[in-house]
Structures are given as structure tokens and as C-alpha cells.
Ligand binder design. Structure first.
Ligand code: NAD
Ligand code: ZN
Length: 342
């Protein structure tokens, strides 16, 4: 099969051929139809410090996928050959206290496909049956291929009650934009999204009814005043990993405000803890998706009017992956989807 491999400890990815994976008794084989390129894949392409420390070479990359079940391990029940599916890319074990408590997304032994284990940028993917999430007809392969990052957005956005609340999202990357769509869908009052990249803000405004704010040019406090938010935002969703954005969020939140933090700051960054204490702010770190509550909720929302399709801005055949990665590297794209059947 064709697959996109980190085969050398240097920048780049290479399209190679490898045997179709053999599945174990509790696994399924999935024929991959479409995949999404993630910021993580860009780190792996660039071979930055994080990637060097984390990713074994050689490794088939990629973790955002949709496809079809083509083979079932002998212990697998409840799934059928021919079913369309996506799946959770975090592989967990069942021995930790958190797993045994049913909090699978908090398992400290989590390993990621396309990061620690063979991934989904391939014609076929081997996955534990436990991780498979079947797709209803209403969700096409393109959306199926971006359920992983949509799940990040959903997990973060549903961390706190947003109904009737004023929500600030810092970072209009694909995940921030999808979080804005989720906040709107569940009934937030005002949803403001910030970025310093105008292309991204323009994209946000095309995808969802939000107030885009370019914080390189506009004063967020003036925007707040214009929206008649006397005391500030109730909930902040941090989706940029940028220190200035987090500072601004803490600044513009109400007393007792809540922050769900998905963005990953590069290294240690200074925080003004006294402001967090005196404003009585709650901060929740968010990792991955709740397994499988986030999946149930996002599929239900997609079946009930949540529309994130316009966040996909580029589509390429898998053989043209380099163009897809270039679009991602430009920093102005939304989601980029690769077609493995083209
Ligand atoms: P992205 O890099 O595409 O988007 C981040 C955006 O933040 C960019 O558009 C950038 O211009 C913007 N930004 C930079 N400085 C800013 C500022 N001062 N104010 C406002 N915005 C600013 O990222 P993404 O793929 O949308 O992911 C969002 C974040 O979530 C990233 O930090 C990513 O690493 C992280 N992430 C975390 C998890 C997790 O499990 N915790 C999973 C996926 C992604
Ligand atoms: Zn991803």
C-alpha cells in the first residue's frame, strides 16, 4: 500500500510503499478514504524539537481519517465489514486508575497513531475495534476526516456551560473556528474570535456568525464595550498557544470567569498568577477528546445542524501531499484534506 512516512530524521515526509498491516484478534482493518492534515503533522514534517523527542523513525504519519472497515479481527463483535467509520487516534490501555474509572481520555499510557504508532496517512490502517467510531450517512468522508480536530473543539467548547454566555476564543486556526461554530450551535450569546492573521479571521467569518477581531489592529476592550458587555467575557477558549492571547483573555474575562485551554504554549511561559487569583478564574487544561462522549456529542450536533464544512479550504489527491503541506505551512489555510482513493 502507499503510505506517507517519516523515514528519515530530517525535515520532510516521503510517499513509500509498505505491506498492508496485519490485524490482531481485537483489531479492524480500515481502508482509508480521506485524511486531514493537522498542525501536529507539520511539526513532524519540520522535524522540530518536539518531533525529534517524540516520533520514532520510520513511522507512517497521520491521525485524522475516515474510511471503511474491510476486515474484522476474530474477537470483534458489533462492527461489520463495509461500515464507514472514523476513529479515536489515541490508543489507551485499560490498566490505569483513570481507565478503570471509565475516564479513558485521561489514561497516562495514551499513545497516538501517526505520532507514536503507525498512522493513517496510508491506504490501510490497523486500529483497535474499541477505537472505531462508525459514521452515519449524513457525515461524509471529508467531515469524517476532520472529526479529530472537531473533537478537540467540541471537548474544549463543552468544558463549561456556554448557554447565554459571552465567549472569547483566542486563535482563529481551524480548531478555534470550529469551536466558535460549536459555541454558536449550543447557544452562546456573543462569540468573539481573535487572531493576528487577517486571512484566518476572514475564514472564521465565512464559516460561522462570529465577531472576528484582529488584535494586531483593534482593541479588544473596545469590541467588548461595543457589544455592551459591561463586565467582560464569561468563558474563554484558548486556541492559539500564544502568551499574549492568554494574557488578553485573563484581562477581558469577568470576575469568576472560566478558561478552557487547548492551545499548547511553546515551552514554559510566564503567567500573572495574582490576577488569576484576584479574578477568581478557573482554568481547565484540555487534551484530546473525551473517549467517547465527545464523539457522541459531535456526531449528534453534526446531525442536528452544526456545519463546519467551510473550514475545509483545500483538497488534494494523496499523491499531491506536498501541495497540501505547503497550504498548511502558509498559515492561512483552514483544514486541508487528502484523498487516498483519487
Ligand atoms: P493553528 O496554529 O492553526 O492556529 C492558531 C492561531 O492562533 C493562528 O491562526 C495564529 O495566527 C493565532 N494567534 C497567534 N497569536 C495570536 C494572538 N496573540 N492572539 C490571537 N490569536 C493568535 O492551530 P490549530 O490547529 O487551530 O490548533 C489550535 C491550538 O490547539 C494549537 O496551539 C495546537 O497546538 C493546540 N492543540 C492542542 C490539542 C490538545 O489536545 N491539547 C490538540 C490539537 C491542537
Ligand atoms: Zn490532529
Amino acid at each position: 500500500m502507499r503510505c506517507l512516512v517519516k523515514s528519515r530524521a530530517e525535515a520532510g515526509l516521503w510517499m513509500e510503499t509498505a505491506p498492508v498491516p496485519e490485524i490482531g484478534p481485537d483489531e479492524v482493518l480500515i481502508r482509508v478514504n480521506k485524511t486531514g492534515i493537522c498542525g501536529t503533522d507539520i511539526h513532524i514534517w519540520n522535524w522540530d524539537d518536539w518531533a525529534r523527542k517524540t516520533v520514532p523513525v520510520p513511522l507512517i504519519t497521520g491521525h485524522e481519517f475516515a474510511g471503511e472497515i474491510v476486515e474484522l479481527g476474530r474477537n470483534v463483535t458489533g462492527l461489520e465489514i463495509g461500515q464507514r467509520c472514523s476513529g479515536e487516534g489515541h490508543l489507551i490501555k485499560h490498566s490505569s486508575r483513570q481507565s478503570r474509572a471509565g475516564k479513558f481520555h485521561l489514561d497516562p499510557e495514551t499513545r497516538g497513531i501517526g505520532v507514536n504508532e503507525q498512522g493513517a496517512f496510508a491506504e490501510y490502517l490497523r486500529l483497535p475495534a474499541f477505537n472505531v467510531v462508525t459514521l452515519p450517512d449524513e457525515i461524509d468522508d471529508e467531515i469524517g476526516a476532520i472529526l479529530d480536530p472537531l473533537g478537540n473543539a467540541v471537548h474544549t467548547a463543552l468544558s463549561f456551560d456556554l448557554v447565554g454566555e459571552d465567549v472569547l476564543i483566542t486563535g482563529a486556526g481551524p480548531i478555534g473556528i470550529m469551536a466558535a461554530a460549536v459555541a454558536r450551535h449550543v447557544g452562546a450569546r456573543h462569540v468573539v474570535i481573535t487572531d493576528v492573521n487577517q486571512d484566518r479571521l476572514d475564514l472564521a467569518a465565512r464559516v460561522v456568525d462570529v465577531v472576528p477581531v484582529n488584535v494586531a489592529q483593534q482593541d479588544l476592550r473596545e469590541v467588548e464595550a461595543g457589544l455592551k458587555m459591561s463586565e467582560g467575557f464569561d468563558v474563554g477558549l484558548e486556541m492559539s498557544g500564544n502568551q499574549t492571547a492568554l494574557d488578553q483573555m485573563i484581562d477581558t474575562l469577568v470576575m469568576g470567569g472560566r478558561i478552557a485551554m487547548l492551545g499548547i504554549p511553546p515551552g514554559k511561559s510566564p503567567v500573572d498568577w495574582s490576577r488569576i487569583v484576584f479574578k477568581a478564574i478557573t482554568i481547565k487544561g484540555v487534551y484530546g477528546r473525551e473517549i467517547f462522549e465527545t464523539w457522541y456529542k459531535m456526531i449528534a450536533m453534526l446531525e442536528n445542524g452544526l456545519d463546519v464544512s467551510k473550514v475545509i479550504t483545500h483538497r488534494f489527491a494523496a499523491r499531491d501531499f506536498a501541495q497540501g503541506f505547503a497550504a498548511m505551512q502558509s498559515g492561512s489555510s483552514g483544514k486541508v484534506v487528502l484523498d487516498w482513493r483519487a
